[in-house]
Structure formats: C-alpha cells, structure tokens
Design a protein. Structure first.
Length: 133
C-alpha cells in the first residue's frame, strides 16, 4: 500500500500541475506520485479554489510568453543565418561562421521534424501538458 498523502499535499500537487507549465509526468515524478494518482487528484480538485483564476491566468500567460519567446529566438537564428548565407562570398563572413550557419540550419530542420514526430505520438497516446488540461 502506498503512502497516505495529506489533503494539503494533494492540493499543492494540483496547483503545481495546473500552474507550473510542467507536464503532468514531470510533476508526478518530481512529487514521487504516479501519473494516475495525480490525474485523480486534479479531477477531484478541479472545481475547487485550489488554483485561483489569477494563478491560472498567469500560468496561461507564462505559457504563451514561453512559446512566443521560443519562436522569436528561432526567427532570430533564421535571420542571422540568412544574413550569413547572403554574405558568404564576402570578407564579412568567416568560413567558420558559414559552417556554423549551415550546421545550425540542418539541426533546426532535424529539430522541427522531431517536434512534429513527438506531437504525433503525443496525440496518439492522448497525453497533453499539464497546463493544457
């Protein structure tokens, strides 16, 4: 038989799962509880005031800003690499910078494919991040 957790612990776990931006798996692992246990607690406490509307709104805003920040970083890298590629035949770009830009492009394409595969697998398994539930 597993440990009996206090109601306060359960409420904190639900609050963390719903507002931290971590996946439910990460939260469950961090807290030392099973995924199904955490999901049961979330379902039981979903309609209570464990997470205030303000906290939930802040968590959603943080998720949005993280996505936007990641996108802006990717766009910056793309623009930087385009500039390097456009100036590759001039003295303004070293061979090392050119090689790094080409490798960066290759890694970005590979990363995009891996993300797409992960999304497909996640959709098939029915898993979603804690903040999306």
């Amino acid at each position: 038989m597993g440990l009996k957790r206090t109601d306060e612990f359960r409420q904190d776990a639900v609050r963390i799962a719903l507002t931290s931006g971590l996946t439910r798996k990460q939260v469950a692992d961090d807290l030392g509880v099973g995924m199904s246990t955490l999901n049961k607690w979330i379902m039981a406490h979903r309609d209570t005031d464990v997470v205030s509307k303000e906290d939930l709104n802040l968590a959603q805003e943080n998720d949005r800003l993280r996505r936007e920040n990641r996108l802006l970083k990717e766009e910056r890298e793309i623009l930087k690499n385009k500039w390097i590629m456009a100036h590759r035949d001039t003295d303004m770009v070293s061979k090392e910078d050119l090689n790094l830009a080409q490798e960066n492009d290759r890694l970005r394409r590979e990363n995009r494919l891996l993300k797409e595969e992960r999304e497909i697998l996640k959709n098939r398994s029915g898993l979603e991040p804690a903040c999306a539930r």
